[in-house]
Design a protein around this ligand. Structure first.
Ligand SMILES: [Zn+2]
Length: 266
């Protein structure tokens, strides 16, 4: 994330600020620009500093850095791993899964894979496949039309921080359900706005990977269920100790373990 140093940092920050479609331009304020520059510069200092935190994915020891959450215009502390690029939200889900993946030869699909999730699954005894429109991936389909993949293929589908960027998110959920085995589980993580009851369209479109199509509210579970899932809400308070939270740079959040409704099969 800090690769490229000052020049790249300022160039990206300028694009985020100056482009007419950027979140900063849409909101007509300089806060996203300031957050981005602040996070990048602070991370140069934090990455060089020592610390006693440990990344559970890549094993890096040190301190975790800031992540600038452009859409809700906040800085998340204690989040970015300088070794694998994971953030606290992704690490929390992987921390949960680490001791709970069932035995046996699982078939896993990672939608919108990250360097950190690739690392995590690489050493597991499983068939790990990826889907992304760009870059290195097993499939290059759009998540709303994964027609290269037959019905009921996967035991586990992993979809982290993807759906809020998809205009037809219900179409994507429906496709995920189609390719999941009847006893499979989809772990879906989205950016949720806990102070908001209802999901809304974002006033901005995604730009350079920043900004959302959807601002998800407390009703995200209803949305998953309308696409044919039973969605269990897992509160991280139940499985993360205060010590693990600090040591591994995790965060309190709600995870959704979604299983296909038997009657919803098309
Ligand atoms: Zn790491």
């Amino acid at each position: 994330m800090i690769k490229g140093g000052f020049g790249a940092t300022f160039w990206l920050a300028a694009r985020l600020f100056l482009h007419p479609k950027s979140p900063a331009a849409v909101y007509k304020n300089p806060v996203p620009f300031i957050l981005h520059v602040y996070a990048r510069l602070a991370n140069l200092w934090i990455s060089a500093r020592g610390g006693d935190q440990v990344c559970l994915i890549c094993g890096r020891r040190g301190a975790f850095g800031y992540v600038a959450a452009i859409s809700d215009q906040t800085l998340i502390r204690n989040s970015l791993c300088f070794g694998c690029g994971s953030n606290s939200r992704t690490r929390t889900l992987l921390f949960y899964l680490k001791s709970r993946l069932p035995n046996g030869q699982l078939k896993i699909l990672d939608i919108g894979p990250l360097k950190s999730t690739r690392l995590f699954f690489r050493d597991l005894d499983c068939t790990y496949e990826t889907l992304d429109r760009y870059g290195e991936a097993t499939y290059h389909d759009d998540v709303t039309d994964m027609s290269s993949i037959p019905d009921e293929t996967y035991d586990i589908i992993f979809c982290v921080q993807v759906l809020q960027h998809i205009s037809d998110d219900l179409g994507a959920m429906s496709e995920i359900r189609r390719i999941l085995k009847p006893d499979g589980v989809a772990y879906v993580v989205v950016h949720q706005f806990p102070s908001s009851d209802k999901t809304r369209r974002s006033p901005q479109a995604s730009y350079l990977g920043y900004g959302f199509e959807w601002l998800y509210g407390e009703d995200f579970r209803v949305r998953l269920e309308s696409a044919g899932f039973f969605a269990d809400m897992i509160s991280t308070d139940k499985f993360i100790s205060e010590q693990d939270l600090k040591r591994h740079g995790l965060m309190a959040q709600v995870l959704y373990a979604s299983r296909p409704k038997a009657t919803a099969k098309s």
